[in-house]
Design a protein around this ligand. Structure first.
Ligand code: GLC
Length: 540
């Protein structure tokens, strides 16, 4: 069994590995085709065996599910389809028993329009909850400005009952909360404490860089009062106990990330930023461009060196908003397993806290569905917007196949049986037919599987100080195929070498590592070359 982390010490997350669960797609236990909390409890042994230290649980609070729970209508209640508060308490307790912390997703930028606060706010401008949201006067024919929402359309929606426009950075059903209002902030801090008392050991803060919006100045991310708000949030809600806090920040650069994740704990434990994962696009994420490996290496180098000793980063390639990495930067055909292991080696050798997204440890792949089978609000809105702008059906579908969020949301593939063992009913989103050969049951029993490779990588982070805190040095920055770097402490030296291409590539291991110990490799090494998608981690 793995060494358990002492979670009473600040900074315990610096040698931890987290696993993200998207509850809707993890495991259904009551046959309604939708995953639930009991389903997560059922698989805690699987997760303990993998060796993870915490679960980032995507939203489980009550919600009309316009954005799969990222639209909360009751911050203190459980979405009944997922289960009850007793189930949640049971999950927290059972996980803790296995050394696994539950890290809850906190959506503090917006609520659902069905939340009591918004329903009250709609009643009159004088209602005490009216100022919990962001309003502007005007006339129904002319929104306050031309800002566009993240899921398409205007950021402004007219509310007849009060004769005003309300602001929403995401869907119409996700009105933005007004962080300028101290009463609203206090209400949120109280809610956080409620969950801490239930045993929650950390929080992932959804689009936290967007809370300090200034609609009149057309500012959404990194607003002028952002860090003031974050410091107050940390002081009022996070400070006592060693809670781990992870801020999702699409707009963070290295300098901003140092503020978010300053070692003095004044804001959050770490930042979750996306610079590396946005490199293979031109402008919008839907416009796919080839990945330039030298650019990718440059971005990682900048973040690794920039935050070393001055901040803390998350390490990830997959999540519920991103396509599957093996289909994106690997090869989901012939070299699926090898390329998935290579990508994992690249990211798990770095400094930061790794996040594994459900199914990534099995090298689950993207899916292609007929348009009407997609569920995601972003995907649907994109389709109508682009068709209206004159794009062809084929080109929009290609964007959806490559980038749609439902790629990551198809049900977890547990077995080769019916519905991959996910449900006895009709799954809410189709199961990928490749569960016939990509599934947990098979991989858990195969020591050479992708699952066991992740297990080893997780164990290595616990054992190797150089992986936890070594300095990062990039080798061969201009090489178009090989991603190689070292991690060094005074005593320990680790070399990570990854062939990002499907071609055999010449590579000579540096002299100093000629007789080094192999910590992990995804195939038997040969001298002077790297086979397609080969990866090794060596230690001297
Ligand atoms: C975050 C979530 C995403 C959600 C959005 C709005 O980016 O990860 O799934 O749609 O915020 O809450």
């Amino acid at each position: 069994m793995y060494k358990r982390l002492d979670k009473s010490k600040h900074g315990w997350w610096e040698s931890a590995v987290f696993y993200q669960i998207y509850p809707k797609s993890f495991q259904d236990t009551d046959g309604d085709g939708i995953g639930d909390l009991k389903g997560i409890i059922q698989h805690l042994d699987y997760l303990e065996n993998l060796g993870i230290d915490g679960i980032w649980l995507s939203p489980i609070c009550d919600s009309p599910q316009a954005d799969n729970g990222y639209d909360i209508s009751d911050y203190r209640g459980i979405y009944p389809v997922f289960g009850s508060m007793e189930d949640m308490e049971e999950l927290i307790a059972q996980a803790k028993r296995r050394g696994i912390s539950i890290i809850m997703d906190l959506v503090l930028n917006h609520s659902s329009d069905e939340h009591f606060w918004f329903q009250q706010a709609l009643k009159s401008r004088e209602n005490p909850y009216h100022d919990y949201y962001v309003w502007r006067d005007g006339t129904p024919d002319c929104p306050p400005n031309d800002m566009r929402a993240c899921f398409g359309g205007s950021t402004w929606t007219w509310a007849e009952s009060v004769g005003q426009w309300y602001f929403h950075q995401f869907a119409v059903k996700q009105p933005d909360l007004n962080w300028e209002n101290p009463k609203l902030r206090r209400e949120l801090y109280d809610m956080i404490r409620f969950w801490v008392e239930k045993g929650i050991e950390g929080f992932r803060l959804d689009v936290i860089d967007q809370i300090a919006k200034e609609p009149d100045l057309k500012i959404t991310g990194n607003g002028p009062r952002l860090h003031e708000f974050l410091r107050e949030l940390s002081r009022e809600a996070f400070c006592e106990k060693c809670l781990v806090t992870v801020g999702e920040a699409w707009g963070a650069d290295v300098e901003r990330a140092k503020l978010y994740s300053a070692p003095d704990a004044s804001e959050m434990s770490m930042v979750f930023q996306f610079e590396h994962i946005c490199l293979d696009q031109q402008g919008e994420k839907w416009d796919v461009a080839p990945l330039s490996l030298p650019r990718l290496k440059n971005v990682f180098q900048r973040w690794q060196n920039g935050l070393h000793g001055q901040g803390w980063n998350s390490l990830f390639l997959d999540n519920h908003d991103l396509p599957r990495i093996v289909s994106r930067w690997g090869d989901d055909g012939l070299y699926r397993e090898r390329s998935a292991k290579m990508l994992a080696t690249m990211i798990h050798g770095m400094e930061g806290t790794p996040y594994i997204y459900q199914g990534e440890e099995l090298a689950m792949t993207n899916i292609r569905l007929p348009l009407e089978e997609y569920d995601d609000i972003e995907t649907k809105n994109l389709y109508s917007e682009r068709i209206a702008r004159g794009y062809s059906h084929e080109s929009v579908m290609n964007s959806i196949y490559a980038r749609g969020r439902d790629n990551a949301r198809t049900p977890m593939q547990w077995t080769d049986g019916e519905n991959a063992g996910f449900t006895s009913g009709k799954p809410w989103l189709p199961v990928n037919p490749n569960h016939a050969f990509i599934n947990a049951a098979q991989q858990v029993n195969d020591p050479n599987s992708v699952y066991h490779y992740y297990r080893q990588l997780i164990a290595l982070r616990k054992e190797q100080t150089a992986i936890q805190k070594g300095t990062f040095t990039l080798l061969c920055p201009d090489d178009e195929r090989v991603f190689a770097y070292t991690r060094d402490t005074e005593q320990e030296h680790i070399l990570v070498v990854c062939n990002f291409s499907g071609e055999e590539t010449a590579f000579v291991v540096p002299e100093a590592y000629r007789s080094a110990e192999t910590l992990i490799e995804n195939m038997e090494a040969s001298e002077g070359v790297l086979k397609p998608y080969e990866a090794r981690m060596l230690k001297r």
